[in-house]
Design a protein around this ligand. Sequence first.
Ligand code: ADP
Length: 225
Amino acid sequence: MTTPALILDDVRVSYGDGESQVHALDGVSLTVHPGEFVAVVGPSGSGKSTLLAVAGALTTPDSGRVQVANEEITGFDDAELARIRREHVGFVFQSSGNLPSALRARDQLELAARVVGTRGRRSNDELLEAVGMSHRAGHRPATLSGGERQRIGIARALVGNPKLLLVDEPTAALDRHRSHEIVALLAEECHQVGVAGVMVTHDQDVLEHCDWVYEMVDGRLTPRG
Ligand code: ADP
């Protein structure tokens, strides 16, 4: 069995204290192996964003163990957490509205490559090809559709050849057809390249593309039976 790309073991995160304390993650355990693509569904406020933040080394939990790509990150300081994000984690955001507007598609990837340092597994041109965007390499975000922007966002997240791909509501701004295309693309990348994907979504419609589905309710995560 390969080493998991992500292990969360009895992770707890609380906000506030006393009467108003919120248990955003209330003993969450999750293991994702390379090549797996899992979904986490659940209502607003159930803890999904907090889960992504912990898995992506953006938030340190109050207790529990977090392992990313064979590195136990529990107790890491900010600089070490930044290295983990840079070396191992790719983030795909809601609607990829965060692509710098002045940069053409190929330069979005070039900028990301400078930040993470290229590791040469796939060139930026190959990544654009993989997400079906070679023909739009010279376009700026304003001239791309929502689905095309999301494809660039996915390619950008894959630039550093991450072990773990964390995806936050990727279909929030897309119609049904494009939603299926984008989630199928994410699943295909995970399966073919061996990256482990965790997608947070409200979109019940796209779960058929996922290997496993988990439900988050009040900070507790359970596999959907
Ligand atoms: P979701 O992504 O499922 O909407 P979140 O992880 O954002 O859920 O939030 C889980 C719970 O933690 C919610 O009750 C939310 O209000 C609370 N919460 C999240 N972040 C903070 C914060 N920085 N300060 C206080 N409460 C927070």
